[in-house]
Structure formats: C-alpha cells, structure tokens
Design a protein around this ligand. Structure first.
Ligand code: ADP
Ligand code: MG
Length: 218
C-alpha cells in the first residue's frame, strides 16, 4: 500500500491532478489565450499548454515515488519550459507545495502546504490580492481549503470549496485594475477583462476537485 493511502492524498492522486490539469489547460487553451490577448500578449494558453505537456512527459520519463516528488518534477519543468511570467510563478508554487508536504499527506498538511505555495507566488511576483493576478484566485482558494479542513470537512468537499473560491476569485478580477504583470501597462484599460492567470488558476483548482470527486466515487 502506498504512503498516504489512508487519506487518498497519495502519489497517484497528485499525478492524476497534474494530468487532469494538463487536459483542462489543453481544452481551454484558446480561451486563456484570448483573455491574454485582451490585456497581455496573447500567449497564456499556449504557454501553459506547452508547459503541462512537458510536465506529462517528465512524469512519464521519471515516475515520482512520492507526492512531493511529483510536484517538484512538475514545478521544475514549468520553470524550465514556460517562457512567460506564469511558468516560474506556477512552477515555484508547485515546488514549494512539494517541499512543504510530509509523507503521508494529510488534508491539514496539504492545506498548509498549499498556503505556503500561494505565499511563494506572492513573494516572487511581489503581488497581493487585488492586483488582478492569479493570486486573486489562489488566495481565496487557500483560505477556503484551510477553513474546510479546520472544520473537518471531507477532502473532496474541501477541495470543491477551494475550487469554487478560485472560480469566484477569478470572476472578481474582471472589474479590477491590473497592478502587476503585463496587464498593468494598460492601467485602467485592463478593467472589464478577467485576468488570464486567475482563470487558469481556477482551472487548476477545478482539476484538483474533479480528481478528488472521481476517486471518491471509484
Ligand atoms: P506573460 O505575462 O509573461 O506573457 P503569461 O501570459 O503566461 O505570462 O501569464 C500572465 C499571467 O501571469 C497574468 O494573467 C497574471 O495572472 C500572472 N502574473 C503576471 N505577473 C505577475 C506577478 N508579478 N505576480 C503574480 N502573478 C503575475
Ligand atoms: Mg502573456
């Protein structure tokens, strides 16, 4: 029996999350690129699709034997392979979550590690909530997850709440003025558009919830 099997947050779960994310990104590639065309340089969908395709390849070439290793491999690959700002930001988040995970992974341990991953993005991007970035989706997701875990909510439901918070956070970027990244060059003209990174963060969190729901039903 693999480590973490008791909570379901084992290596296979994290690999399944990364695979589901790659699929979601591929399916939404055009939409993410269109969002980036409005307030950036029209490459967010292609950046992430290329990055996560490489992540799948890396996971196949060196199958991870712990949740931490799965996330570290994915994070390093994104940092190396994605040219845009989002690669190093997502890559650092995944590496930080991996570093912070104990084996076996408990729901509380994952919630805490996830929070440190979001802090890594804030540090690296020198951004905070309200700046109209991926942090506007990731921050609320981290809080929803910690609260749910603290209230002893079952893992699939806790992750569903985190995903819902991320989606809500992404929608809430529409009226914001961008203060970080390329979109900040537009100033007020960035108002009225959803931030592409917040949109991809919502997809990543949706993938996490979907995998947990599927495994629960299995
Ligand atoms: P680039 O902006 O280099 O073309 P992408 O298009 O792949 O990179 O990603 C853009 C997204 O990255 C933005 O929508 C935003 O969510 C996120 N982002 C950009 N700069 C920052 C930053 N300093 N802090 C946090 N997130 C950022
Ligand atoms: Mg871009």
């Amino acid at each position: 029996m693999s480590a973490g099997a008791g909570t379901g947050l084992d290596t296979a779960f994290f690999v399944a999350w990364l695979e589901e994310t790659a699929g979601e990104i591929a399916r939404n590639r055009e939409r993410l690129t269109e969002l980036d065309a409005a307030i950036g340089d029209a490459d967010h969908g292609t950046n992430l699709d290329r990055g996560f395709t490489e992540v799948l390849r890396a996971l196949q070439e060196s199958p991870p034997d712990s949740p931490a290793q799965a996330l570290m491999t994915a994070g390093s690959t994104l940092i190396r392979r994605v040219g845009g700002a989002s690669g190093p930001l997502y890559g650092s988040a995944l590496r930080q979550i991996g570093k912070a995970l104990a084996d076996p992974v408990t729901p509380a341990g994952f919630a805490e590690a996830f929070g440190t991953g979001v802090m890594a993005v804030e540090r690296l991007g020198k951004a905070a909530e309200g700046d109209k970035t991926m942090i506007d989706a990731l921050g609320p997701a981290a809080r929803a997850l910690s609260e749910a875990v603290r209230d002893a909510v079952e893992t699939p439901e806790a992750l569903a709440r985190a995903a819902a918070a991320a989606a809500e956070g992404a929608r809430a970027t529409v009226p914001m003025t961008a203060r970080k990244g390329r979109a900040s060059y537009l100033g007020e003209r960035s108002v009225g558009h959803e931030d592409p990174g917040a949109a991809s963060s919502a997809l990543i969190m949706g993938a996490l919830a979907a995998v947990a729901a599927r495994r629960e039903g299995a």
